[in-house]
Design a protein around this ligand. Structure first.
Ligand code: PLP
Length: 404
């Protein structure tokens, strides 16, 4: 039995009052709250272990290095990568994709080449590719989407040409909640020998991820969206690919030897990790992954799916409710508008009731354009949300609706 009330005790912030009302935190797609286990690991490391990693012979440096490298192994195991050489620590999904777009672009993309992204990408999986395309004289191509918010994969095959260098696709839409058939995307792209990047920012917190089973070539996610600290994320890449790509940034740690004439680069994964990493955050990320693993990803998914079904049913009962996205497979994200109430007004008034939701374009302006809207209100659930919180949201929306 998944005991959500027990789980909530691990998250002190959930006991906060906002404007004299209990906090109802429904903005987990933007960032998740942190359990004690994560925060205490950070405090403990700063108080008792802190020293720079990899460079010291002294005890503390060794200990900090051991924690940092053990975290890499935790991440490897969590997404089932083959080797820790394939796990690069970054600042988050955005930096992971920027790293890849730069590095892949340098090695693999020439003028006239093409990069394919999907219609429902976050700006973080559009703009880095666009910047690279501009630099290289390449073109961006887009996998279209149905009105229900599902990718039209039958169009993908036609979109891929001998000039396509990479396909980039999110596993879960941060707006529509669509769970994309990324295994199918990978299969179609691989038939033509084209590699695939999967953006896992919105999938890793909600479902088991197995990069070997998915067979994607690259996979990115953020620590802060999976109950870990800010400022740390991961880029997974198949070793054979990472070996072919040049470094992203230069500096300490990514080198083997430096002279003024020539620098040789370190082995994987360090070739891509210039400078002092946020080793306290990597350790805390491992604690977050241990935490969700301890609860069980399947149990978390079942809890959140139940909550999402419940919320969809309740929200659909509200007069004037328009929910965006009706994919057959969907995750714990629901975007909506009510009548002609502006999303900002709805978000601001819900906030006054202690309910935290996100409003706006959700860093997906091309998707908003495809939907013919400027923005939505978005509720996104985490492992600690309850049906009572869904009820509070529904009551809150009804109150706002009556005011208008
Ligand atoms: N990709 C998706 C699908 C997201 O939802 C987000 C964040 O909302 C990102 C990428 C960017 O993540 P970060 O800001 O942690 O780098």
């Amino acid at each position: 039995m998944y005991d959500v009330n027990r789980v909530r005790e691990d998250f002190p912030i959930l006991a906060r009052q906002i404007y004299g009302r209990p906090l109802v935190y429904l903005d987990n797609g933007a960032t998740t709250q942190k359990p004690r286990q994560v925060v205490e690991a950070m405090v403990d490391e700063y108080y008792n272990v802190n020293a720079n990693v990899h460079r010291g012979v002294h005890f503390l440096s060794q200990q900090a290095t051991d924690l940092h490298e053990a975290s890499r192994e935790t991440v490897r195991h969590f997404i089932n990568a083959r080797s820790t050489a394939e796990i690069l620590f970054t600042r988050g999904t955005t930096e992971s994709i920027n790293l890849l777009a730069f590095s892949f672009g340098e090695a693999m993309v020439k003028a006239g080449d093409e990069v394919v992204v999907s219609a429902m990408e976050h700006h973080s999986n559009i703009v880095p590719w666009q910047m690279m395309c501009e630099r290289k004289g390449a073109q961006l191509r887009v996998i279209p989407m149905t009105d229900d918010g599902e990718l039209q994969l039958e169009a993908l095959d036609d979109l891929l040409t001998e000039r396509t260098r990479i396909v980039c696709c999110t596993q879960v839409s941060n707006v529509l909640g669509t769970v994309n058939l990324v295994k199918e995307v990978v299969r179609i792209a691989h038939e033509r020998g084209i590699p695939v990047l999967v953006d896992g920012a919105q999938s890793v917190p909600h479902m088991s991820v197995d990069v070997q089973d998915m067979d994607c070539d690259f996979f990115a996610f953020s620590g802060h969206k999976v109950y870990g600290p800010t400022g740390v994320g991961v880029l997974y890449g198949k070793e054979a690919w990472l070996d072919k790509l040049p470094p992203y940034q230069g500096g300490g740690e990514m080198i083997k030897n430096v002279s003024f004439e020539k620098t040789t680069y370190n082995e994987l994964p360090y070739k891509f990790e210039a400078g002092t990493p946020d080793y306290v955050a990597t350790h805390a990320l491992a604690k977050a992954l241990d935490y969700v693993s301890g609860l069980g990803m399947q149990a978390i998914e079942a809890h959140e799916q139940e909550l999402t079904r419940y919320a969809l049913e309740k929200l659909q009962g509200i007069e004037g409710m328009r929910i965006f996205g009706a994919a057959k497979q969907r995750d714990a994200v629901i975007s909506f508008q009510v009548g002609n109430i502006h999303h900002l007004d709805m978000g601001t008034l819900l906030d006054r009731l202690g309910i935290a939701v996100r409003t706006g374009h959700h860093c997906a302006e091309p998707l908003m354009r495809r939907l013919g809207i400027e923005g939505t209100v978005r509720t996104s659930f985490g492992l600690y949300n309850t049906k009572a919180e869904v009820d509070a949201l529904v009551d809150g929306i009804e109150r706002v609706r009556r005011m208008f």
